[in-house]
Ligand binder design. Structure first.
Ligand SMILES: [Zn+2]
Length: 318
């Protein structure tokens, strides 16, 4: 740290007791200088110190007290004190003590050399010097303030950038979530459409079955409600969809059914149902009930798909 206000004012040549009063009465160095240099404010110092001494008398009083000590020591009349360590000279003991406390110098010698009170010109120069020092001090403080402000600004900008990055990251996450959501919705939409399609297909089959049932009823053939879905073989052949055939067999009034692969031949099916039919496969004859059609020996070697028995058919077995 630089010079304190008190040091600066004493250094400028104002007496210690007046400096103390001025600093007590004012809140800034500039105001203290104004007070110390304004003759109109002179009474303040007299009220405060309880006497009516001026600068010169002040020095004389100091000297007088010094004189008393000096006289007691039997020395010659001392006009000033000099620091033996740095050579600075002081008007009175108060200033010397102040120097001692400030510098840590302890050895002082009396001097018969008188310090001339500052001339008006010297006072002006000192004052100007002090004002410049003050201006420098203020400029330095302003610079420090600006640097602190700059640092704060940098910190603030960094924080802003960090929070902006955070917001950007959150936006990305939200966008990804939105994409995922849309994808799920689309998948569910496709599934729903598929279910509707399946429902429509099922409804068509039910409708067709109903029509078949009515046709059969008109033609006098009984229709079992437990029977598999009957499909027109021609349309089934045309579409050829599915990979299995559900076949219902009727034989001497009894019925049984089974599901077979579309690639199996009618002969293979005949072999599979031997335990239930009791008819040897090579002797089995299949007749499609609607439209009526008897499968020939060569047709028995064709697949169920080729014979148009998908997805289901009712067969008479002899
Ligand atoms: Zn010294």
């Amino acid at each position: 740290m630089g010079m304190s206000d008190k040091e600066a004012l004493i250094d400028m040549g104002f007496p210690v007791n007046r400096v103390e009063v001025a600093l007590k009465k004012t809140s800034s160095l500039q105001d203290a200088i104004t007070l110390l240099t304004d003759p109109a404010k002179e009474h303040i110092f007299h009220l405060e110190s309880g006497d009516n001494r001026d600068d010169v008398k002040d020095i004389e009083a100091d000297d007088a007290s010094n004189d008393t000590e000096m006289n007691m020591l039997g020395s010659a009349e001392a006009k000033s004190l000099q620091c033996s360590e740095c050579g600075k000279r002081f008007k009175g003991t108060a200033q010397a003590e102040f120097h001692a406390s400030k510098s840590g110098h302890e050895k002082f010698a009396e001097s018969t050399e008188e310090i001339n009170p500052l001339t008006e010109e010297e006072k002006k120069l000192k004052l100007e010097d002090l004002r410049q020092k003050l201006a420098q001090k203020r400029a330095f403080e302003a610079l420090q303030d600006r640097e602190a402000e700059k640092r704060n600004e940098t910190i603030r900008r960094k924080k802003d950038a960090e929070s902006a990055a955070l917001i950007e990251e959150q936006k990305k996450i939200a966008a990804l979530k939105e994409v995922e959501k849309k994808k799920r919705e689309r998948e569910q939409e496709i599934l729903a459409k598929k279910r509707i399609k399946e429902q429509i297909e099922a409804d068509k089959i039910i409708r067709r079955e109903k029509i078949e049932k009515e046709k059969l009823a008109r033609s006098g053939i009984p229709y079992s409600t437990t029977s598999a879905v009957i499909k027109e073989p021609i349309s089934a052949m045309k579409s050829g969809f599915g990979t299995t055939a559900r076949l219902q067999f009727r034989m001497n009034g009894k019925t049984f059914s089974g599901t077979y692969d579309a690639t199996e031949t009618l002969l293979e099916v005949a072999q599979k149902i031997e335990p239930q039919s009791g008819v040897p496969a090579q002797h089995a004859t299949f007749t499609l009930t609607f439209p009526k059609k008897v499968f020939t020996e060569s047709e028995r070697n064709k697949t169920l798909r080729e014979l148009g028995l998908l997805p289901s058919a009712a067969l008479l077995l002899n």
